[in-house]
Design a protein around this ligand. Structure first.
Ligand code: SAH
Length: 504
């Protein structure tokens, strides 16, 4: 039996989080993804690595793959038993030729399903703060293709569109803007009617231009406004002044480079993105296993003899518990041992393994941890401090000075990634980066090594340098960087807040 099927999936208007759950499910099952120009390429990451990815804008070296070729491709892949996702910008059935593709599939006896998407008009409306309908203003909205404006014989009922005050939304209407605006005026719409152009709606590059039927074409020409854009015509456009929110997010339009390890950057990146920043990831660290587990394994075998286990980072917690697991042990191995977790994130990670840490120092610097221990009688106690290979040795040194026996086996190593991501380098070269964040000394030191100190200093001229705390800031200064932002407490949340305050 042939299991081949084609899912026509709406990718949404641009922001990659605006695809439906159903759409993501289909992508996860795809053997082949055929995507077009307006579908955000980031969505392809939902598809299995092994899935074939075909850009339907360029097959055969030509930019505009003709529709027949796409239809034939979909039929051929599905007939060969593949699960095919045809990923289309916005909604497949709104000016997306999805109807034609379905007809071709039906004609060839291929099973298909259609997954709706947020169409560009709806995305542009939400993200520009322009409701398409409003009880006090208008009760109807029309979606119209702007291309028709080129023809003299038009299928569009311009009279109906122009009269009655309904909102009119044009797709594909940038090159024909002047003609379409004129037509609305000619057919009776007031030339003072407000108009908004929304380009690359819902994305970091969203641009909104507001005018009236009379002057929007001139304004667009003046600033060289380019497609793709949605044109919204109607009194509702005036609501934008009150309702716009997208541009008001505290870090909107800011390009921020995050230098954390790829494995750790996710949460921080999400926080920045939620505040409107465009985040460029630039991992300067990769976390890997220790060269040998011998010392750690030895300590784990002697866990019942330790009085304290000191964990100073989420990574240390994860690697430590991973190793326990590999050795066939679990949290019970720590029954006799008190636990010090440095910082709220580390403490939360420890709790996620069902363990309540006894000590959570409020000052996250090594000195703060030492200070907490200095209030206890540490003499003769045995301490296990699984650490990163490049960790500072303040904690073991000072604890030893208090008379404790400290073992500090390496639980993970920080190594260099092979190279910096090209998009980040490109943005730095173009001087389009607003801010760079360093969340540990090694992030800044590694960047300097990877780029070369001189090149780094040059590339970061005029870029706001944000450091998580005094130790990292010192490492920045040692390399000749001026630190512009440093939060009061040394957490990611505090760093995000400090950035917000800086750019306010
Ligand atoms: N099926 C798509 C529309 C495809 S037609 C949908 O439902 O959205 C292509 C037109 O859609 C473009 O010319 C532009 O007018 C509009 N469009 C698509 N994505 C857009 C975006 N992010 N911002 C503004 N307009 C967009």
């Amino acid at each position: 039996m042939n299991n081949g099927i084609v899912y026509l999936v709406g990718a949404g208007p641009g922001d990659p989080t605006l695809i439906t759950l159903r759409g993501v499910e289909c992508l996860k099952r795809a053997d082949v993804v055929v995507y077009d120009y307006l579908a955000n390429e980031q969505l392809l990451s939902h598809a299995p690595d092994a899935a074939e990815r075909i850009y339907a804008g360029k097959i055969g070296g030509r930019h505009n793959q003709c529709q027949d070729e796409i239809n034939n491709l979909l039929v051929a892949k599905a007939a060969a038993g593949k699960v095919v996702v045809r990923l289309k910008g916005g909604d497949p059935f709104v000016f997306g030729r999805g109807g034609e593709e379905c007809e071709a599939l039906r004609g060839a006896g291929i099973t298909f399903e259609v997954v709706p998407g947020v169409t560009a008009a709806v995305g542009a409306s939400a993200y520009s703060g322009i409701p398409l309908t409003h009880r006090d203003i208008t009760a109807s909205v029309a979606f119209v293709t702007g291309h028709e404006g080129e023809k003299n014989e038009s299928n569009i009922d311009w009279d109906r569109l122009s009269l009655g005050g309904g909102t009119v939304v044009f797709y594909m209407g940038v090159s024909t803007l002047r003609r379409n605006m004129q037509r609305l005026i000619e057919h009776g719409r007031s030339n003072a009617t407000p108009v908004a152009l929304v380009r690359w709606a819902t994305t970091d590059c969203q641009q909104v231009l507001v005018g009236t039927l009379a002057d929007i074409a001139d304004r667009a020409e003046e600033c060289g406004f380019k497609p793709p854009a949605i044109t919204i015509v109607g009194e509702v456009v005036a609501l934008r002044e009150k309702l716009q929110w997208f541009e008001k997010r505290p870090l909107c339009g800011k390009k921020v480079v995050v230098t954390r390890a790829a494995e750790q950057a996710g949460e921080f990146t999400t926080k920045l993105a939620l505040r409107g920043a465009t985040v460029l990831e630039c991992p300067t660290i990769r976390l890997v296993d220790p060269e040998s587990w011998q010392l750690l394994d030895l300590a784990i075998r002697e866990l019942p003899d330790y009085d304290w286990l000191v964990l100073t980072s989420v990574n240390a917690v994860r690697y430590f518990f991973q190793r326990l697991d590999t050795l066939g042990l679990d949290a019970r191995a720590l029954a006799g041992c008190r636990i010090c977790a440095v910082g709220p994130k580390t403490a939360a990670e420890v709790r996620s393994f069902g363990i309540k840490p006894e000590l959570v120092p409020t000052d996250y610097k090594a000195e703060g941890v030492v200070d907490e221990f200095s209030r206890l009688d540490m003499h003769g106690s045995r301490i296990l401090f699984p650490r990163a290979d490049k960790a500072r040795d303040v904690i073991p040194r000072e604890l030893k000075r208090m008379g404790a026996h400290v073992d500090s086996p390496v639980v993970y190593r920080n190594i260099f990634p092979e190279k910096l991501p090209p998009e980040t380098l490109f943005a730095l070269e173009k001087r389009s980066v607003d801010c760079i964040t360093f969340t540990s000394s090694s992030t800044v030191q590694n960047l300097a090594t990877m780029m070369g100190e001189e090149m780094m200093l040059d590339m970061l001229k005029g870029v706001v340098v944000a450091s998580i705390g005094p130790i990292t800031s010192k490492s920045c200064r040692d390399l000749g960087l001026k630190v512009d932002v440093e939060p009061q407490s040394y957490t990611m949340d505090a760093l995000v807040e400090a950035l917000e305050a800086h750019f306010a």
